[in-house]
Design a protein around this ligand. Structure first.
Ligand SMILES: C[C@](O)(CO)[C@H](O)COP(=O)(O)OP(=O)(O)OC[C@H]1O[C@@H](n2ccc(N)nc2=O)[C@H](O)[C@@H]1O
Ligand SMILES: Nc1ncnc2c1ncn2[C@@H]1O[C@H](COP(=O)(O)OP(=O)(O)OP(=O)(O)O)[C@@H](O)[C@H]1O
Length: 297
């Protein structure tokens, strides 16, 4: 018997970053929106824990116990007294190291899949707490939809979404390391007063109304200057998408994937086409929001 779980990628429509904390993380006001690009995680009983991965970026995914999917299976097994003997197969469509929470998606997916396979009876709250131990983005991958993340981004409040948002994502030729981008944020902010991160009421309302123009006017990412500092060519990608009519152009999370909000599906297709021929990125994908969280298929 196998269990397969489908898990979405995310884009951050607000990423407000506070000063570095002594414990090594930054306080955030992080508005997540799940987008319809998915990984599928399948778990099957086996003699020992094993991870395999297929997809265009599969060669960049670790197959040892550093893989977030393996760590999720180990964490649940340890808490609940199960043997973590499963084969975890990841069908990967979310770009790796792209700032779209691909690894986090696999962690949440494996957790839900193992929980279903082993019938542990763990509550939603327990699953969310394991997710938070695995990484700041992992709880949102389980929940999906839209949510405000505070603390490290792991404390979630679900937000209403009143319509469909159309996105285009431009993938870069190389990844960016999330810790390196946060370090660059600290370096750029040295000697300045960094305000407490506060959720944008405009963004919360724009999501609730399904209003793409209002969302575009307020979308923001405090990590964008740091990502651009480490990867200056991303400015050309952002400019190409804007020139093609995107309502907003923003680095997704810690980057280097760039996200473009379009007015409708037709406009998204035009932006995607322009980005494809711009020579400023490696791959282009269109997807819409919101998307459901981790779901057993
Ligand atoms: C950039 C975002 O993707 C936005 O959603 C997240 O904040 C990052 O989430 P993530 O990849 O799940 O990150 P984690 O695995 O929890 O942390 C990786 C590293 O990112 C940095 N980090 C992460 C979250 C946070 N609030 N402050 C940080 O400084 C730390 O250096 C940490 O060691
Ligand atoms: N299941 C996994 N899929 C992809 N990468 C993984 C996975 N597990 C661990 N990793 C490691 O995590 C690193 C970051 O990968 P990931 O795709 O999660 O980045 P990201 O999308 O930028 O993350 P985030 O948006 O949450 O900051 C990879 O370079 C890889 O070494």
């Amino acid at each position: 018997m196998s269990v397969t779980v489908r898990v979405p990628a995310k884009v951050n429509v607000q990423l407000a970053v506070g000063a570095a904390r002594p414990y090594g993380f930054h306080d955030l006001a992080n508005i997540f929106l799940a987008v319809g690009l998915y990984d599928e995680v399948t778990v099957t009983p086996a003699d020992a824990l094993r991870v395999t991965c297929e997809g265009p970026d599969a060669d960049q995914v670790p197959l040892d116990t550093s893989n977030l999917a393996a760590r999720a299976a180990l964490a649940l097994a340890e808490r609940r007294g199960f043997e973590p003997n499963v084969h975890i197969h990841i069908a990967k469509d979310i770009p790796v190291a792209g700032g779209m929470a691909g690894g986090s998606a696999d962690g949440a997916g494996a957790l839900l899949a193992c929980n279903t396979l082993w019938q542990t009876g763990a509550s939603r709250a327990e699953l969310l707490s394991i997710c938070a131990e695995l990484g700041s983005d992992v709880p949102f991958s389980l929940v999906g939809g839209a949510a405000l993340g505070t603390g490290r981004g792991e404390k979630l409040r679900t937000l209403d979404v009143g319509g469909t948002f159309h996105w285009v994502f431009a993938m870069a030729g190389r990844g960016l390391s999330t810790p390196a981008v946060f370090r660059e944020f600290d370096r750029l902010g040295e000697g300045t007063d960094i305000p407490e991160p506060v959720a944008s009421q405009e963004i919360v309302e724009a999501l609730a109304k399904g209003d793409a123009d209002a969302l575009a006017a307020s979308v923001s990412n405090d990590l964008q200057p740091a990502a651009l500092s480490l990867f200056p060519e991303l400015a050309d990608t952002l400019a190409a998408g804007r020139a093609a009519g995107a309502l907003a152009a923003v680095v997704s999370g810690s980057g280097p994937t760039t996200a473009f909000l379009a007015r409708d599906k037709e406009s998204a297709a035009k932006v995607a086409q322009a980005l494809e021929t711009s020579g400023t990125c490696q791959k282009v994908r269109a997807a819409s929001s919101p998307a459901p969280g981790a779901t057993v298929l």
